[in-house]
Write a protein that binds this ligand. Structure first.
Ligand SMILES: Nc1nc2c(ncn2[C@@H]2O[C@H](COP(=O)(O)OP(=O)(O)OP(=O)(O)O)[C@@H](O)[C@H]2O)c(=O)[nH]1
Ligand SMILES: [Mg+2]
Length: 325
């Protein structure tokens, strides 16, 4: 399995400004030349940029200090030091950037190619030429460069999807994703087949599209760390609609729905305020009358039996999703 990182702490340090120079002109026949110390260059800044070639944060190294270059010092003959190069750290769109020390959300990179300056480079020091005055023609001092900024950042990727699939392990989430989107996730007849979130795209007839996120299965007690826990629920924090997938052959499908909603609520109450639809999966395993009986158990209009294997009600589901979005 390829490495998948959706949360990482890194440190950053922008470049220090270069020092201003103390220097005096040396010319033939000029006994005492005036000051000619140039200014130091500005330190490099640090940017974060949302880049479409990245799908997660696994290219970054935990706790590493990412540094931008320092500014070069000023030189004689009024030569200014070169500015330090900026450092651009690439992340996938959907990455939220938090200051680890204060907990403040610095920015949320939602758009592809969005670029945010996260630490300014230190200003370069003025050379001694800058300080000459009528009363002090030969200043023997210059400014040091200003320090860059150091910060510790928590980067949290929250996938950008419109629809989230939520269900117990083995309820058929990945199968549905592969049926209606271009994604080809792993599907198997055992729980916790999906270990990392999958994203799929649905193309509409008019050419527009939307994205569906398939996340690992949730079990009762997931909020206490059972199963794969709940941390991957971050990936449905941004969705507009949640589809709860419940196997139609479950002995107690209604309890199953409550269990899922409770787990979501303990993670983040906002998740259960989102519009949702109940999808009874694997309906090919029951007769039409049995299906009707199951639906009756829920006192809920937003419910649809489907089968990803036979294709039963799949077109209807797509229309429903469209309506909800
Ligand atoms: N009969 C029937 N079987 C299905 C249907 N959809 C999925 N399955 C089967 O159910 C099993 C689990 O499917 P997955 O799509 O891997 O389930 P999942 O919800 O993604 O499971 P996790 O990733 O473990 O949470 C597989 O053996 C599928 O072939 C369906 O509509 N009808
Ligand atoms: Mg799966």
């Amino acid at each position: 399995m390829s490495k998948f990182t959706d949360s990482i702490k890194i440190r950053i340090q922008s470049g220090k400004g270069g020092a201003g120079a103390v220097s005096f002109r040396r010319e033939k026949y000029v006994a005492r030349g005036g000051p000619d110390g140039g200014d130091g260059g500005k330190g490099g800044a640090i940017f974060l940029e949302a880049n479409p070639s990245y799908v997660n944060l696994s290219h970054l190294f935990k706790d590493r200090i990412y540094k931008a270059e320092n500014g070069q010092p000023g030189m004689g003959q009024n030569k200014h030091g070169r500015d330090g190069f900026d450092l651009i750290i690439m992340v996938p769109a959907g990455t939220e950037v938090i200051d680890s020390e204060t907990g403040e959300i610095i920015c949320d990179l939602l758009e592809e190619n969005e670029k945010v300056e996260i630490a300014k480079g230190g200003i370069g020091g003025k050379g001694n030429d800058f300080f000459k005055t009528a009363t002090n023609q030969t200043p023997r001092f210059a400014q040091p460069g200003m320090d860059g900024e150091s910060r510790t950042l928590s980067l949290n990727l929250k996938l950008i999807a419109d629809v989230g699939l939520v269900g117990l392990p083995n309820s058929g989430k990945s199968t549905l994703l592969s049926k209606i989107t271009n994604a080809r996730p792993k599907i198997a007849d055992y729980p916790f087949t999906t270990l990392i979130p999958n994203l799929g795209t649905v193309q509409r007839k008019d050419g527009s599209f939307y994205k569906i996120a398939d996340i690992p299965g949730i079990i009762e007690g997931a909020h206490k760390g059972l199963g794969l826990g709940l941390s991957f629920l971050r990936h449905i924090e941004r969705v507009k609609v949640i589809l709860f997938l419940i196997e139609i052959i479950e002995p107690d499908p209604l309890y199953n729905l409550e269990l899922l909603q409770n787990e979501l609520a303990t993670y983040n109450r906002e998740l259960v305020k989102k519009p949702y639809y109940i999808i009874l999966s694997k309906s090919d395993l029951l007769s039409e009358n049995e299906i009707k009986d199951r639906i009756k158990q829920f006192d809920n209009k937003n419910i649809l039996p489907i089968s990803s294997i036979s294709g039963y009600n799949i077109e209807k589901l797509i229309d429903i999703i469209d309506g909800l979005l």
